[in-house]
Structure formats: structure tokens, C-alpha cells
Write a protein of this length. Structure first.
Length: 293
């Protein structure tokens, strides 16, 4: 299997020249992306000719997202291989794997509004914070951490909660519905997002199901009191697969094959944000191969 190294110099704080040389020194093909969508294009075109390529991605979750979309669109999910050297700002997908695994794993993907996500799709508070953060990062002298703090404060100072109608199909084929005002909703394939929040501690990348967590609208004080345990993944009971007592009155957890949410303003998929009126997502089992170092 031939290998191709794809570098995203815009990921995180930017890849160093030493990192960019790594693929070249191995005498294997290298490519440096130049814009958003470039990694997807290169992977797609390569798979048209050599579908059995092993792509080494130097970037974060957004660059990985592009690579996976390129592989799946090219119909190469059964032949191509993807690995990540995490150089992005979040690097959350790789957190779901044990360190030094050194093995190939077949992974599911999430089909969301015609594209694919590999880790987590989210709506509401987290999505709004990520959107604001991107806006603040464009301002001069605002670093990534400062942009996050400014974005978080901005969203917290505004009206919290969105009215959604939610319909989902459970693993057993039964249909469930939710409605009302919600603070956030996430649809998980992986366990982590937001730079280390273990938001979906029971999720698995190869079980053929989506882990859906919805949090109803709460006061700012209640929200702040919940954040610590939520970040550590302590909000779900691994024995009962239910929200723990301190979360049970406001949190809903379901394992689903598909889900529809409307109306929505914007959607965040693997950290990339796009507008939408309706979110429609479904699990795509056994979608691609990932080699974890």
C-alpha cells in the first residue's frame, strides 16, 4: 500500500518546517493544502487512481473530516487507509483510541445533510461558541485560547436555548420524539470534542449506532455547575447507560440509527460549521479504515 502525506499548515498554530519535512524524508509522496476543501479534493482525486492509498494526515479533526469525505465520495472506503498525526487545535478523534495501539480499525461515519462526519455533530450552545470563536480568531492579536474565552462569554451573555423538534430511530427500530427548549444536542460517533470534553463517554466508533445526548434549557448557574462532570464524562452511568441522578432531570441519552432535528440555525460537524434549517443524520457502519499509531 502506497502512502501519501497530507499537511495542513493552517491547522492549530501551524505546522513547523520540521513536521512538514517528515513525509519528504521518507521518500513518499507529500502534499501541502492551500485552502479549505483542498484535502478532500486531493484525497478524492488520488482514490480515483489509487484507491488503496494510505493517507497520513497532519492536521486536526477538520482536516481528517475532509480526508474521510474524499475517501467515501470516491467509493474507496473499503480499500484506502487513513492515519492522523494530530497537529490541530482540538485533535479529539484520536483521543478515542488507546495510545500506541498500532493497529487498523474499521470505523463508522455519520452522514449529515449529504456530507460525512467522523467524530461529533453538535447543535446549540457548543456550536454557537465554536462559530463565535472563529469570528474572534479573525481579529488581530486574539489567540486561540483568548478567542475561546471571548466566544464563551459572548454566548453566555445572550439568550440560551433553542426550540427543536427531534425525531429519532432507536437501535431496535422504534421511533422516539423530543420537543421543547434545549441548551445543546450532540450526535456522537467518537467520545471527545471541544479539545478534550468527554461528552459521549459510552460511544464507540464501530458499533453501528449514534450516541445522542440532549440537554434541556437550564439556568446559567445550573449550566456552570454541570460543566466539570460533563467534561470528565461523569454524566452517564456506564452500568445503566442512563444520565446520573444529578443530570437526569435535564439530560436525555439515546442510541440511534438516525435522527432529524428542526428548525436549526447552524450545524457543527467535526468542528466545521455550516448553516442549515433541518439536520438529518444517520450512521454509516463500517465506512472507512483508520490506522491508529
Amino acid at each position: 500500500m502506497k502512502r501519501m502525506h497530507i499537511f495542513n499548515p493552517a491547522a492549530g498554530s501551524g505546522n513547523s518546517p520540521e513536521v512538514l519535512k517528515r513525509g519528504a524524508l521518507s521518500n513518499e509522496e507529500t502534499y501541502v493544502t492551500t485552502c479549505v476543501g483542498d484535502a478532500e479534493r486531493v484525497v478524492y482525486e488520488r482514490c480515483q487512481v489509487h484507491p488503496d492509498t494510505h493517507f497520513i494526515i497532519y492536521g486536526g479533526d477538520g482536516t481528517l473530516n475532509e480526508a474521510v469525505n474524499g475517501v467515501i465520495r470516491a467509493g474507496a472506503g473499503g480499500e484506502a487507509m487513513i492515519s492522523v498525526i494530530p497537529t490541530g487545535s482540538g485533535n479529539d478523534f484520536v483521543r478515542s483510541f488507546p495510545k500506541n495501539l498500532d493497529a487498523s480499525v474499521r470505523c463508522d461515519a455519520i452522514r449529515v445533510n449529504g456530507r460525512y462526519a467522523v467524530n461529533i455533530v453538535n447543535l446549540g450552545f457548543d456550536c454557537d461558541t465554536a462559530w463565535k470563536m472563529n469570528n474572534y480568531r479573525r481579529r488581530p492579536l486574539v489567540s486561540g485560547s483568548a478567542a475561546y474565552v471571548l466566544a464563551l462569554g459572548d454566548v453566555l451573555c445572550r439568550k440560551l436555548g433553542d426550540k427543536w423538534n427531534v425525531e429519532f430511530e432507536r437501535a431496535d427500530g422504534s421511533i422516539g420524539t423530543l420537543d421543547g427548549e434545549f441548551l445543546l444536542l450532540l450526535i456522537a460517533n467518537g467520545r471527545f470534542y471541544g479539545g478534550g470534553f468527554q461528552a459521549a463517554p459510552l460511544a464507540s466508533l464501530d458499533d453501528g449506532l449514534l450516541d445522542v445526548i440532549a440537554v434541556r434549557k437550564v439556568s446559567r448557574a445550573r449550566f456552570i455547575s454541570m460543566v466539570g462532570d460533563y467534561k470528565k464524562g461523569l454524566h452517564l452511568d456506564p452500568e445503566t447507560s442512563a444520565p446520573k441522578p444529578q443530570f437526569s432531570d435535564v439530560m436525555i441519552y439515546e442510541r440511534c440509527r438516525r435522527i432529524k432535528v428542526e428548525p436549526v440555525k447552524r450545524i457543527c460537524a467535526d468542528g466545521e460549521i455550516f448553516d442549515g434549517c433541518v439536520l438529518e443524520a444517520e450512521i454509516v457502519p463500517d465506512a472507512f479504515s483508520y490506522f491508529a499509531y
